[in-house]
Design a protein around this ligand. Structure first.
Ligand SMILES: Cc1ncc(COP(=O)(O)O)c(C=O)c1O
Length: 382
């Protein structure tokens, strides 16, 4: 008999709902990935580099050309002069980067503060490091940090705080004034930050992304993580990066070196080429996804579903209490998939202790116009 190191981990809700969508033939607006392809020039670049023989190990820290492109990007977007050699590491996906950052600094008995509802990869990584997650609920209905509660939760064992902005599943954004507040709160304490910014370019209505990279004081203790998969519509490429000050980067790389050693070589070449040749891609991304959000929301305006348009990410939360207040969100997501052919994600699964009476499901709008139209038509008919 094996005693599990992760007894509470089972099949994730993303796998469950995607499987149910496939079995029932439902439109899959559950898991967070596009149903359209990444840019042709990016895919062609990958084919070219594979054929050109770029198929052996890349340097452990990442291909220099790609690290340089990330340096250019963070300088132009966030004014941070991060050194491509000492502060930027390419990872095989943001998930791996998150795992490595946590292993690098969290020790047995340490506490890591996460804000619920939170992405599901943080807690297992903390547990494997011997730490424990302290779950702080975000306020409802607007999913903001409760500052008094956070202040009260800090102890001498607090080693890390995990931020996620734009926030999955709510789409909420952390404001730059909140980063100042956080800096004040943890000043003089031995606390690191993990800032999960994989949706950094998906910020709507003219708002700005308050990256920790912009914040000099917080950056000194931060691992800032992003994902090329999200930014370039190629989630299956599982390639991301971490920006962190040199001392933290050194520790992160010690872990990364033995978790995966490096990221996939031709993917890194293709991304470096595409970033250099198509700087407009990230500039156009907010409008691209905002149009999808607005199409989906406009089409749902006549339905009995209620929502506030997401400020960021490619997820839209929907309150279904006017339709089936009797169903909890897990039952509702299943009912919607089986009976109405649209798969979503219940958000209670992102909580340690879901608030009573939560009647919200999450739809992913990173979908083609026809998928969004069909989904909305089905939802409006309920
Ligand atoms: C908040 C958040 N962090 C990290 C990831 C993982 O990104 P990647 O696919 O690059 O590992 C996701 C993917 O859904 C996410 O939503």
């Amino acid at each position: 008999m094996i005693t599990s190191k992760l007894p509470n981990v089972g099949t994730t809700i993303f796998t469950t709902m995607s499987q149910l969508a496939a079995e029932t033939g439902a439109l899959n607006l559950s898991q967070g990935f596009p149903d359209f392809d990444g840019p042709l020039a990016l895919r062609e670049a990958l084919a070219r580099h594979v054929m050109a023989g770029h198929n052996q190990y890349a340097p452990m820290t990442g291909l220099p050309a790609l690290r340089e492109q990330v340096a250019v990007k963070v300088r132009s977007l966030y004014g941070r002069n991060a050194c491509a050699d000492r502060e930027i590491t390419i990872s095989p996906g943001a998930t791996q980067a998150i795992f490595c950052a946590i292993q690098a600094v969290v020790r047995a008995g340490d506490e890591v503060i996460v804000f619920d509802p939170c992405y599901d990869s943080y807690e297992p990584a903390v547990q494997l490091a011997g730490g424990v997650c302290i779950h702080q609920p975000l306020t409802l209905p607007d999913f903001r940090i409760d500052w008094q509660r956070l202040a009260d939760a800090l102890t001498p064992r607090t080693r890390m705080i995990v931020l996620n902005t734009p926030h999955n599943p709510s789409g909420a954004l952390i404001e730059s004034s909140e980063l100042d507040r956080l800096a004040e709160l943890i000043r003089g304490r031995d606390i690191y930050l993990l800032s999960d910014e994989v949706y950094e370019h998906l910020v709507f209505d003219g708002r700005a992304h308050a990256s920790v990279l912009r914040h000099d004081e917080l950056y000194q203790r931060a691992f800032v993580v992003s994902s090329f998969g999200k930014t370039y519509h190629v989630t299956g490429w599982k390639t991301g990066y971490v920006v962190a000050p040199p001392a933290l980067t050194d520790e992160l790389r010690k872990v990364h070196q033995y978790v995966s050693f490096t990221a996939v070589t031709p993917l890194q070449w293709a991304l470096a080429d595409f970033m250099a040749g198509h700087p407009e891609h990230i500039v156009e991304l907010p409008a691209f996804y905002q149009a999808k959000r607005d199409l989906f929301c406009d089409l749902l305006a006549g339905s009995r579903l209620r929502f506030e348009r997401a400020a960021g990410t490619y997820f839209q939360l929907i309150d279904y209490s006017a339709i089936r207040p009797d169903l909890d969100d897990v039952a509702m997501a299943q009912w919607l998939t089986r009976e109405h052919g649209v798969a979503s994600i219940p958000i209670s699964v992102f909580y340690q202790r879901p608030p009573q009476g939560l009647r919200l499901v999450r739809f992913c709008f990173a979908k083609r116009e026809e998928t969004l139209r069909q989904a909305a038509e089905r939802l409006c008919a309920i």
